[in-house]
Design a protein around this ligand. Structure first.
Ligand code: B12
Length: 211
């Protein structure tokens, strides 16, 4: 579809206006928010990351690409919300301390929310105390941790150790580009997934087991 390619290129160029126009056109053309996100927008922002790795793009390019992506996500978000639906369970999500990446976290939150779960978004750069406070006071059944940097990934272990050490019962899911199943096993988290779709599957699995 032409829109998919134009949208992809507009994110690469960081052109917010064209991103918004193309997202609206794709929606009007009958594409689902998930198709628009995962067939065009996510591959584009990943391509910017690959260019950064090859020294062909720099932090400003990543930043304007991310802003353009967010402008499109803002249009899709309300289409994925299930207004008025009874919550199937409560989930919290945050990007761990030291890490400011939030696009992947936001997509995971949107997917889980779109399936009918209540999602508390703790934001980025979240310290262990804030995770603890949320689990203790908000009756959260599943906590999701995101990290995009190899330097912030170890903080996931800090959170897992701390919450388990306190005897807190919620399930902890982890994800983000550098995270792997092996790392999940190593730190004793309850689940890992490489993308937002499978993250939703894990959340659903936990709530089914609990009921
Ligand atoms: C956009 C971007 C930025 C933007 C972030 C804007 C924002 N609002 O998020 C800005 C410019 C701010 C930025 C800054 C930096 N960045 Co940056 N960034 C990226 C980039 C290009 C895209 C990230 C992204 O949004 N991907 C798209 C989303 C959809 O994918 P995702 O996050 O992986 O999420 C999916 C899955 O991982 C999973 N998932 C994510 N979270 C969770 C959580 C759970 C629980 C589950 C189950 C699943 C899950 O589901 C998601 C959807 O399918 C990546 C490259 C890349 N390939 O990822 C580099 C990248 C992550 N950045 C990198 C670097 C080095 C930096 C900086 C240190 C650069 C610098 N010198 O300043 C800073 C660090 C700032 C900080 N303290 O956090 C490196 C990290 C290298 C490493 N090994 O650690 C990367 C990999 C680029 C590269 N190729 O080198 N960055």
């Amino acid at each position: 579809m032409a829109q998919i390619e134009e949208l992809y290129n507009a994110i690469l160029k960081g052109n917010r206006k064209i991103v918004q126009e193309q997202v609206q056109a794709a929606v009007a053309g009958g594409m689902s928010p998930q198709e628009i996100l995962f067939e065009s927008m996510v591959p584009a922002i990943r391509e910017i990351g690959d260019r950064f790795s090859r020294g062909q793009a720099f932090v400003p390019e990543m930043l304007i690409g991310a802003r353009a992506m967010q402008a499109g996500v803002q249009i899709l978000q309300p289409l994925m919300d299930k207004a008025g639906m009874k919550s199937l369970g409560k989930v919290a999500i945050g990007t761990v301390k030291g890490d400011l990446h939030d696009i992947g976290k936001n997509l995971v939150a949107m997917m889980v929310k779109s399936a009918g779960y209540e999602v508390i978004d703790l934001g980025v750069d979240v310290p262990v105390e804030k995770f603890e406070d949320c689990v203790k006071n908000s009756n959260v059944d599943v906590l999701m941790l995101s990290a995009l940097l190899t330097t912030t990934m170890p903080y996931m272990k800090t959170v897992v150790d701390h919450l388990k050490g306190q005897g807190l019962k919620c399930r902890i899911l982890i994800g983000g580009a550098p995270v792997t199943q092996a790392y999940c096993n190593q730190i004793g988290a309850d689940g890992y997934s490489p993308d937002a779709n499978q993250a939703l599957g894990l959340v659903e699995g936990f709530f089914q087991k609990a009921s």
